[in-house]
Design a protein around this ligand. Structure first.
Ligand SMILES: *Cc1c(COP(=O)(O)O)cnc(C)c1O
Length: 369
């Protein structure tokens, strides 16, 4: 598609490579790395990233079936885990050679039935334990039923067992996290002792790798936000390279006189003469209206320009009274990780949400220098 849009999300592939290697360097040589590319690769482009990392990533994971199908249709051959499948997805999962996360007895029985119908032989799936997040996963009292169901058939086998930490970034929750790790250790040991094969194990997400690599590295880690440049704490982030830059331009400059207002509902009222710039990006592009009225800011010619008035669907206005700038000048909506972290904090959210909210209308441009 031709880019007729001046607002672009630039993705720096070299930075992705750097960040991947950074996390890899924290791990034992033989530890596998699964790269999480759900939600369009955290907004950065799942297909592009999957292609770029194909020789490095041992595994990919996405949340939903559709996301996995898109990767297979793009020619990605790496094993892909579907983290959150539903019963009616299982046939398609097999058709596209995807590997489901099975998280309940219900889903397990349904998959076994489908597998018999499809006459599968030794098809892999992954099994998730709930160790305290209370989101998805089997509990300790279901182990016997899992093993008897699995041992009673030849169509499927458990390729890995895993769990997910609730607060891996929060060292105040270290005790709880160590308890989760212990629980996972004992649940997986108990299950595996009842199986005819030996599945591999994994537990750590990005901040898990940073905080618990010695306690819970197991055989694989699941790298998400770190790949995209965020360490879940400002200090860790400085060790990573910036992946995402959201760029636009100034469409028009206005001089607003004292007593005049800017934008819908006249939310900004000028108490003196103000120079404003109108930028072609709005809430339909994923810039939250919570950034309205001075909560958010952009960079123009290296200076901060506060958002003025209410953000519109397709544009927003900023205060450029003290900035030497012209129509057509570049605007950085998201300059770098530090800018994104500060903006996320200002509206009580996290960089994950800002990245994944950038809508598909914003053209993605890959940069590799
Ligand atoms: C999203 C997700 C991850 C990645 O987490 P990050 O904090 O982005 O590294 C890992 N595991 C599971 C099960 C997930 O859902």
């Amino acid at each position: 598609m031709e880019n007729n849009h001046v607002t672009v999300l630039e993705i720096n592939l070299n930075a992705i490579d750097f960040n991947f290697n950074y996390f890899k360097s924290k791990l034992h040589k033989k530890t596998k790395v699964l790269t999480v590319i759900k939600a369009f690769g955290y907004g950065c482009g799942s297909i592009e990233i999957a292609k770029f990392l194909e020789s490095k990533a041992d595994y990919y994971a996405v949340a939903y079936l559709d996301e996995g199908i898109a990767l297979r249709n793009a020619g990605i051959k790496t094993p892909i885990i579907i983290l959150h499948p539903q019963k009616n997805n299982l046939q398609k999962i097999v058709e596209y050679q995807l590997e489901p996360n099975i998280y309940s007895i219900n889903l397990l029985k349904s998959f076994v039935e489908d597998a018999k119908q499809l006459k599968l032989q030794n098809y892999p799936f992954h099994l998730k334990f709930n160790t305290g997040l209370n989101r998805l996963g089997f509990s300790n009292d279901e182990i016997l039923e899992i093993s008897s169901t699995v041992n009673n058939q030849k169509e499927l086998f458990i390729k890995s067992v895993f769990s997910h930490i609730a607060a891996s970034e929060d060292l105040n929750e270290r005790e709880f996290t160590l308890q989760q790790i212990n629980t996972f250790n004992s649940l997986s040991k108990e299950l595996i002792s009842q199986l005819n094969n030996n599945p591999f194990k994994h537990m750590l997400n990005t901040s898990g790798i940073l905080n618990y690599a010695s306690e819970a590295q197991f055989d694989m880690v699941r790298l998400g936000i770190g790949l995209y440049g965020f360490g879940n704490d400002e200090k860790e982030t400085t060790n990573l390279k910036n992946v995402v830059t959201l760029r636009s331009v100034i469409s028009q400059i206005h001089t607003v006189q004292e007593g005049e207002t800017v934008g819908y509902n006249r939310a900004f009222k000028a108490t003196s003469t103000v120079k404003t710039a109108t930028i072609p990006i709005g809430y339909a592009d994923g810039i939250s209206t919570q950034f309205s009225n001075g909560v958010g800011y952009v960079y123009i010619n290296n200076q901060k320009a506060a958002i003025i008035g209410n953000i519109c669907m397709d544009m927003l206005m900023v205060n450029v009274s003290d900035i030497n700038c012209n129509e057509g000048d570049e605007v950085l909506i998201y300059k770098n990780q530090q800018h994104i972290e500060a903006l996320a904090k200002a509206i009580n959210t996290i960089p994950y949400e800002l990245l994944t909210s950038i809508s598909q209308r914003v053209k993605r441009v890959l940069k590799q220098c």
